[in-house]
Design a protein around this ligand. Structure first.
Ligand code: MRU
Length: 367
């Protein structure tokens, strides 16, 4: 997608052909800063501190983290250590494990002298595949938006989204945002309600920024506003991303997603989840029981960071000294609350049968 009119992906190889460039998402929207990863430790730190975040981009960054580790040491032990280090960075998004498994499969049986090239090839492929997958998600999701637009000529289609499942969370296009960008580019009047997404404000800081860069009309709302908007007919559909979808169609995504699904169900608003197939975890069924939910540092909850009137970036405390705080990163929306899954192979039901049929090779491999 575009930054100041220039096409940019979220991750790339630098001109030296081996170090990895990415965007530091912790300083957006106030500053657009690039980051250069030189070592496995750099990649792991970038993922852990959420300079790089969003399930598909975490997978892509981890793939390049393996490349950087192999550059330093091409042995089996180095490969294992790299995977263990990267896997420990963030527990919920399954794309991380998927990408590490893909890297191990590409490298393990190669002779030592071929390993580094094989790793960089596979990492580049993971990135290119992500872009193609998101474009396909966009095309399938576009049909849903077109159908709504046809029912309300002359009026905007209102989409509500949560967190950032935009191009910043992927290599390009985004998952939840790909249909939105395609609809906007096709001339459909579209407006996005952007949940601010406390505590880290990925909606306010990242989704709003990228929609703005692309010229898509949007309004940032407090997380608790969605239900009210839905009760008043101001949301036509919800599209969110996901960090893991189980074999039975349960959806794990940023904390607060479940409440949006409840409100959508109560108000008859379609609730769609956009996902690339690497986000499906056929090894787990019951999302509530089986998906590990990341708990992050208390300071994310007890503070807010923003720009002061004179342009300084400041972090301020918003809770009393001594109050306990909890910071659950994700929640699980049961499949029964999901209208449909927008995948690269079409819009399917959030059911075990539909997932197994659409992604038969992945389902069989998990048996
Ligand atoms: O904690 P984050 O910012 O990595 O969480 C991101 C989300 O929850 C996204 O919705 C999800 O990863 C899908 S991104 C296409």
């Amino acid at each position: 997608m575009k930054v100041d009119g220039q096409h940019t992906r979220t991750i790339w190889l630098e001109p030296d052909g081996w170090s990895v460039g990415t965007i530091d998402q912790t300083v957006l929207p106030h500053r657009f800063a690039r980051l250069r990863l030189l070592t496995l430790e750099d990649a792991a730190r970038a993922i852990k501190t959420m300079q790089v975040r969003g399930a598909p981009l975490i997978g892509a960054a981890a793939a390049y983290g393996v490349c950087l580790a192999l550059r330093a040491d091409v042995s089996d032990q180095s490969l294992e250590r790299a995977c263990a280090t990267l896997l420990a960075t963030r527990p919920t998004a399954i794309n991380l494990k998927w990408a590490l498994d893909a890297m191990v499969a590409a490298v393990r049986n190669q002779p030592r002298e071929a390993r580094i090239a094989a790793a960089y090839r596979r990492a580049a492929e993971i990135c290119d595949d992500d872009v193609a997958i998101n474009q396909a998600i966009g095309r399938h999701g576009l049909t849903l938006i077109e159908a709504i637009a046809a029912r309300k000529p002359g009026r905007s289609v209102n989409v509500l989204t949560h967190c950032n499942a935009g191009w910043l969370a992927t290599v390009d296009w985004g998952t939840a945002t790909a249909p939105i960008y395609l609809a906007h580019d096709a001339g459909i009047a579209i407006h996005v309600w952007v949940d601010e997404t406390r505590p880290r404000n990925q909606g306010a800081a990242l989704t709003a920024w990228e929609l703005g860069q692309h010229g898509v009309k949007h309004t940032v709302i407090a997380d608790n506003t969605g239900g009210h908007l839905m009760q008043h007919g101001l949301v036509d559909l919800v599209i969110v991303g996901t960090d893991r979808v189980t074999a039975q169609g349960d959806v794990c995504n940023k904390i607060g997603t479940y409440l949006k699904a409840l409100a959508a169900t109560d108000n008859g608003v379609p609730f769609y989840v956009a996902l690339p197939s690497p986000t499906i975890d056929f090894a787990v069924s019951d999302g509530l029981l089986e998906i590990p939910i990341e708990q992050r540092g208390a300071e994310e909850q007890s503070t807010v960071t923003g720009r002061t009137a004179d342009g300084r970036i400041e972090t301020v405390q918003i809770v009393p000294d001594g109050s306990a705080v909890a910071n659950y990163g994700f929640d699980v929306t049961p499949a029964r609350l999901v209208t449909g899954l927008i995948t690269e192979r079409g819009v399917i039901e959030a059911t075990r049968a539909a997932l197994a049929e659409a992604f038969a090779e992945r389902a069989a491999a998990a048996e």
